[in-house]
Design a protein around this ligand. Structure first.
Ligand code: HEC
Length: 119
């Protein structure tokens, strides 16, 4: 009787261990993200690849640290004066995602200025 109980206990421990291991990849998958999907959320306003065709600033090719600072400032309790939308928008992103977005857009070549094609 006792040995059955020991086998049961050992089996239960193995099952619990296996269940724990099975959960590990699921937990880490949640913290990864596809930067191109995140960056797509910026295209409507900042243009494809952050190259804005209109009044909203282009963000492509800016230094990573500048973009990261700006995004952090928008998310802070005191966003820059005259901020209209970015303060609300960045709240949907984690700090890691904002860092990744800053790196992503910093690595895109800015569009040539009009009249200076080929730069
Ligand atoms: C709904 C339109 C909209 C979307 C979507 C949007 N932005 Fe903005 N963004 C703006 C506007 C407007 C400003 C100017 C600040 C303000 O009024 O909030 C701005 C400013 C910025 C600035 C500062 C630029 C500067 O020179 O001052 C950065 C950096 C920026 N956005 C990054 C992003 C990123 C990264 C995303 C995607 C996660 C994004 N924005 C999505 C409208 C948008």
């Amino acid at each position: 009787m006792r040995s059955y109980f020991q086998i049961f206990r050992a089996t239960a421990a193995l099952v619990a261990l296996a269940a724990g291991l099975a959960l590990l990849p699921a937990a880490s998958a949640q913290s990864t993200f596809d930067i191109t999907v995140l960056a797509g959320a910026c295209a409507n306003c900042h243009g494809t690849d952050g190259r804005s065709p209109g009044g909203i600033p282009s963000i492509a090719g800016r230094p990573e640290s500048v973009l990261a600072d700006q995004l952090r400032a928008f998310k802070s309790d005191s966003p820059p004066a005259n901020t209209t939308i970015m303060n609300r928008l960045v709240k949907g992103f984690s700090d890691d995602e904002l860092t990744a977005l800053a790196r992503h857009f910093s690595q895109i070549k800015p569009q040539p200025l009009s009249g200076k094609q080929g730069l």
